[in-house]
Design a binder for this molecule. Structure first.
Ligand code: B16
Ligand code: MG
Length: 214
Protein backbone atom coordinates (compact mmCIF):
# COMPACT_ATOMS: atom_id res chain seq x y z
CA UNK A 1 0.00 0.00 0.00
CA UNK A 2 1.08 3.54 -0.79
CA UNK A 3 2.80 5.20 2.19
CA UNK A 4 3.95 8.68 1.15
CA UNK A 5 5.63 10.62 3.95
CA UNK A 6 7.64 13.21 2.05
CA UNK A 7 7.35 15.25 -1.14
CA UNK A 8 10.39 16.29 -3.19
CA UNK A 9 9.70 19.19 -5.52
CA UNK A 10 11.61 20.02 -8.65
CA UNK A 11 12.18 23.79 -8.72
CA UNK A 12 12.30 25.22 -12.25
CA UNK A 13 8.96 24.56 -13.97
CA UNK A 14 7.20 23.36 -10.80
CA UNK A 15 7.56 26.06 -8.13
CA UNK A 16 9.06 28.89 -10.19
CA UNK A 17 9.19 29.63 -13.90
CA UNK A 18 12.82 30.38 -14.57
CA UNK A 19 12.69 28.47 -17.87
CA UNK A 20 12.08 31.79 -19.69
CA UNK A 21 15.36 33.13 -18.24
CA UNK A 22 17.21 29.94 -19.23
CA UNK A 23 15.81 30.45 -22.73
CA UNK A 24 16.88 34.10 -22.97
CA UNK A 25 20.38 33.31 -21.74
CA UNK A 26 20.89 30.26 -24.00
CA UNK A 27 19.42 32.19 -26.95
CA UNK A 28 22.15 34.84 -26.57
CA UNK A 29 24.82 32.12 -26.72
CA UNK A 30 23.13 30.28 -29.63
CA UNK A 31 22.78 33.51 -31.64
CA UNK A 32 26.45 34.29 -31.09
CA UNK A 33 27.40 30.86 -32.49
CA UNK A 34 24.87 31.04 -35.36
CA UNK A 35 22.87 28.10 -34.00
CA UNK A 36 19.10 27.95 -34.55
CA UNK A 37 17.40 27.81 -31.15
CA UNK A 38 13.73 28.29 -30.32
CA UNK A 39 11.37 27.59 -27.41
CA UNK A 40 10.86 24.01 -28.61
CA UNK A 41 14.62 23.40 -28.44
CA UNK A 42 14.53 24.97 -24.97
CA UNK A 43 12.00 22.35 -23.81
CA UNK A 44 14.66 19.68 -24.34
CA UNK A 45 16.79 21.39 -21.67
CA UNK A 46 14.25 20.98 -18.85
CA UNK A 47 15.82 19.32 -15.82
CA UNK A 48 19.08 18.73 -17.72
CA UNK A 49 22.39 20.05 -16.31
CA UNK A 50 24.07 23.19 -17.65
CA UNK A 51 26.89 21.28 -19.39
CA UNK A 52 24.48 18.78 -20.96
CA UNK A 53 22.23 21.65 -22.07
CA UNK A 54 25.16 23.18 -23.97
CA UNK A 55 25.89 19.83 -25.63
CA UNK A 56 22.25 19.60 -26.78
CA UNK A 57 22.41 23.16 -28.21
CA UNK A 58 25.69 22.34 -29.98
CA UNK A 59 24.03 19.43 -31.85
CA UNK A 60 23.07 22.03 -34.50
CA UNK A 61 26.43 23.83 -34.47
CA UNK A 62 28.29 23.83 -37.77
CA UNK A 63 31.24 26.15 -36.98
CA UNK A 64 34.83 25.26 -36.06
CA UNK A 65 35.09 22.57 -33.36
CA UNK A 66 35.07 23.84 -29.77
CA UNK A 67 37.44 22.43 -27.15
CA UNK A 68 36.42 21.78 -23.54
CA UNK A 69 37.82 25.16 -22.35
CA UNK A 70 35.73 27.04 -24.90
CA UNK A 71 32.65 25.04 -23.90
CA UNK A 72 33.30 25.79 -20.24
CA UNK A 73 33.55 29.52 -21.04
CA UNK A 74 30.29 29.44 -22.99
CA UNK A 75 28.49 27.70 -20.10
CA UNK A 76 29.89 30.33 -17.70
CA UNK A 77 28.82 33.15 -19.99
CA UNK A 78 25.30 31.70 -20.17
CA UNK A 79 25.20 31.45 -16.39
CA UNK A 80 26.27 35.08 -15.94
CA UNK A 81 23.42 36.24 -18.18
CA UNK A 82 21.00 33.87 -16.40
CA UNK A 83 21.97 34.97 -12.89
CA UNK A 84 21.57 38.62 -13.87
CA UNK A 85 18.02 37.82 -15.02
CA UNK A 86 17.34 35.89 -11.79
CA UNK A 87 18.32 38.94 -9.74
CA UNK A 88 15.06 40.63 -10.81
CA UNK A 89 12.97 37.90 -9.16
CA UNK A 90 10.89 38.67 -6.06
CA UNK A 91 8.37 36.94 -3.80
CA UNK A 92 5.72 37.77 -6.42
CA UNK A 93 7.31 35.18 -8.74
CA UNK A 94 5.77 32.42 -6.61
CA UNK A 95 1.99 32.24 -6.83
CA UNK A 96 -0.20 32.29 -3.74
CA UNK A 97 -1.56 28.88 -4.67
CA UNK A 98 1.95 27.39 -4.76
CA UNK A 99 2.69 28.84 -1.30
CA UNK A 100 -0.63 27.52 0.00
CA UNK A 101 0.03 24.00 -1.35
CA UNK A 102 3.47 23.95 0.33
CA UNK A 103 2.15 25.10 3.69
CA UNK A 104 -0.92 22.80 3.57
CA UNK A 105 1.26 19.77 2.84
CA UNK A 106 3.62 20.65 5.67
CA UNK A 107 0.72 21.20 8.07
CA UNK A 108 -0.56 17.73 7.20
CA UNK A 109 2.74 16.36 8.52
CA UNK A 110 4.60 15.62 5.28
CA UNK A 111 8.26 16.59 5.03
CA UNK A 112 9.10 18.64 1.96
CA UNK A 113 12.31 19.13 0.00
CA UNK A 114 13.59 20.66 -3.21
CA UNK A 115 15.27 18.33 -5.75
CA UNK A 116 16.70 20.52 -8.50
CA UNK A 117 19.48 20.08 -11.08
CA UNK A 118 20.27 23.77 -10.76
CA UNK A 119 23.43 25.07 -9.12
CA UNK A 120 21.48 28.31 -8.60
CA UNK A 121 18.62 26.71 -6.64
CA UNK A 122 19.45 28.31 -3.28
CA UNK A 123 19.84 31.73 -4.86
CA UNK A 124 16.44 31.35 -6.59
CA UNK A 125 14.79 30.22 -3.32
CA UNK A 126 16.23 33.29 -1.59
CA UNK A 127 15.08 35.69 -4.31
CA UNK A 128 11.50 34.35 -4.26
CA UNK A 129 11.39 34.23 -0.43
CA UNK A 130 11.09 30.45 -0.16
CA UNK A 131 14.40 29.80 1.59
CA UNK A 132 12.71 28.73 4.85
CA UNK A 133 9.86 26.80 3.23
CA UNK A 134 11.63 23.40 2.97
CA UNK A 135 13.05 20.77 5.31
CA UNK A 136 15.91 20.09 2.86
CA UNK A 137 17.38 21.31 -0.42
CA UNK A 138 19.17 18.88 -2.77
CA UNK A 139 20.47 20.62 -5.87
CA UNK A 140 23.11 20.78 -8.60
CA UNK A 141 25.79 21.57 -6.01
CA UNK A 142 25.51 18.22 -4.19
CA UNK A 143 25.34 15.79 -7.10
CA UNK A 144 27.66 14.22 -9.64
CA UNK A 145 25.02 12.75 -11.95
CA UNK A 146 22.19 14.82 -13.33
CA UNK A 147 18.57 13.71 -13.96
CA UNK A 148 17.49 11.17 -15.30
CA UNK A 149 19.96 9.71 -12.77
CA UNK A 150 18.08 9.55 -9.43
CA UNK A 151 20.99 10.98 -7.38
CA UNK A 152 19.46 14.41 -6.67
CA UNK A 153 16.24 12.83 -5.33
CA UNK A 154 17.99 10.03 -3.40
CA UNK A 155 20.16 12.68 -1.68
CA UNK A 156 16.99 14.68 -0.96
CA UNK A 157 15.30 11.63 0.60
CA UNK A 158 18.42 10.99 2.63
CA UNK A 159 18.49 14.60 3.90
CA UNK A 160 14.87 14.10 5.01
CA UNK A 161 15.71 10.75 6.64
CA UNK A 162 13.07 9.03 4.53
CA UNK A 163 13.23 5.88 2.37
CA UNK A 164 12.76 6.47 -1.36
CA UNK A 165 9.59 4.33 -1.38
CA UNK A 166 8.00 6.82 1.04
CA UNK A 167 8.70 9.83 -1.20
CA UNK A 168 6.72 11.47 -3.97
CA UNK A 169 8.68 13.41 -6.61
CA UNK A 170 6.92 16.30 -8.38
CA UNK A 171 8.41 17.13 -11.79
CA UNK A 172 7.81 19.10 -15.00
CA UNK A 173 10.50 17.25 -17.02
CA UNK A 174 10.57 13.74 -18.47
CA UNK A 175 14.19 13.43 -17.23
CA UNK A 176 12.93 14.18 -13.70
CA UNK A 177 10.08 11.66 -13.83
CA UNK A 178 12.51 8.99 -15.06
CA UNK A 179 14.87 9.96 -12.22
CA UNK A 180 12.13 9.62 -9.60
CA UNK A 181 11.04 6.26 -11.04
CA UNK A 182 14.65 5.01 -11.15
CA UNK A 183 15.03 6.01 -7.49
CA UNK A 184 12.03 3.88 -6.49
CA UNK A 185 9.88 6.89 -5.62
CA UNK A 186 6.33 7.77 -6.53
CA UNK A 187 6.17 10.41 -9.27
CA UNK A 188 3.70 13.17 -10.11
CA UNK A 189 3.97 14.96 -13.46
CA UNK A 190 2.96 18.54 -14.20
CA UNK A 191 3.19 20.60 -17.40
CA UNK A 192 5.43 19.18 -20.10
CA UNK A 193 6.17 15.97 -18.12
CA UNK A 194 2.56 14.83 -18.39
CA UNK A 195 3.22 14.04 -22.08
CA UNK A 196 5.80 11.36 -21.22
CA UNK A 197 3.13 9.11 -19.71
CA UNK A 198 5.62 7.65 -17.21
CA UNK A 199 4.43 9.18 -13.92
CA UNK A 200 2.25 7.56 -11.28
CA UNK A 201 0.10 10.69 -11.25
CA UNK A 202 -0.56 13.33 -13.91
CA UNK A 203 -1.53 16.74 -12.57
CA UNK A 204 -3.21 19.74 -14.14
CA UNK A 205 -2.10 22.07 -11.36
CA UNK A 206 0.05 21.80 -8.23
CA UNK A 207 -3.04 21.89 -6.01
CA UNK A 208 -3.95 18.41 -7.38
CA UNK A 209 -1.32 17.25 -4.85
CA UNK A 210 -3.78 17.95 -2.06
CA UNK A 211 -6.00 15.17 -3.48
CA UNK A 212 -3.13 12.78 -4.19
CA UNK A 213 -1.97 13.12 -0.58
CA UNK A 214 -5.42 12.71 0.99
P1 B16 B 1 21.84 25.81 -13.63
P2 B16 B 1 15.30 22.00 -12.28
C1 B16 B 1 17.13 22.72 -14.04
O1 B16 B 1 16.35 23.04 -12.93
C2 B16 B 1 16.56 23.38 -15.29
O2 B16 B 1 15.29 22.83 -15.61
C3 B16 B 1 17.49 23.16 -16.46
O3 B16 B 1 16.98 23.80 -17.62
C4 B16 B 1 18.88 23.69 -16.10
O4 B16 B 1 19.79 23.45 -17.17
C5 B16 B 1 19.38 23.01 -14.83
O5 B16 B 1 18.45 23.24 -13.78
C6 B16 B 1 20.74 23.51 -14.40
O6 B16 B 1 20.61 24.85 -14.00
O7 B16 B 1 22.48 26.22 -14.92
O8 B16 B 1 21.18 26.96 -12.89
O9 B16 B 1 22.76 25.02 -12.73
O10 B16 B 1 14.16 21.89 -13.26
O11 B16 B 1 16.02 20.69 -12.03
O12 B16 B 1 14.91 22.71 -11.00
MG1 MG C 1 12.10 21.40 -13.82
Amino acid sequence: MKDIRAVIFDLDGVLVFTDKYHYMAWKTIADKLGIPFDENDNNRLRGVSRAQSLDIILEKYTGKPLDSEEKKRLAEEKNEIYVKLLSQMTGDDVSRSVRRVLSDIRERGYKIAVGSSSRNARYILKMVELEDAFDAVSDGTNIVHSKPDPEVFLKGADMLNESPENCLVVEDAKAGILAGNAGGMYTAAIGDAVNCGKADYDMFSLSDLLYILR
